[in-house]
Design a protein. Sequence first.
Length: 163
Amino acid sequence: MLHHHEHFDGTGFPDHLKGEAIHIAARVVAIADRFDKLTNPIDYRRAISPSEALAVMWTKEKSAYDTVLLQLFVRAMGVYPPGSIVQLSDGRVGAVVTSAPTDNPLSPQIMIHEPEVPRRQAIILNLARDSSLHIEKPLRLQERPADELDYLLPRRKMNWFHS
């Protein structure tokens, strides 16, 4: 997409297009591309959680995007976007694997970190069906142990570049 680096406020490149002059597809791709770069940077150690990425885009970079499209993106991703690492009310840690239903936005499905359980058989809790549990807080990726992240987010170390 040629113009996905254009910013809605006119500060992008290559043609310094502004607002509606940027094709709608390029405006959508710009939002997705930025979200991906924040959550999956080349150096995985600099990755931020999906919820942090949405917060950065909304609070610090909003002028670069079509606000209506950004708002729709944030709403579609949910309060706890897939890939977010969270702590549950019972102390367990897990990764959000599916967005929450729109009628219950704080209740996504969570894959639980249980090192003694093989990852292919990981426990997945549907918080929309279990009212005894809730998300206590989102956790920062940089503050989590490597073995936990390897279990919950095994693809975070993938690199598409080959030298």
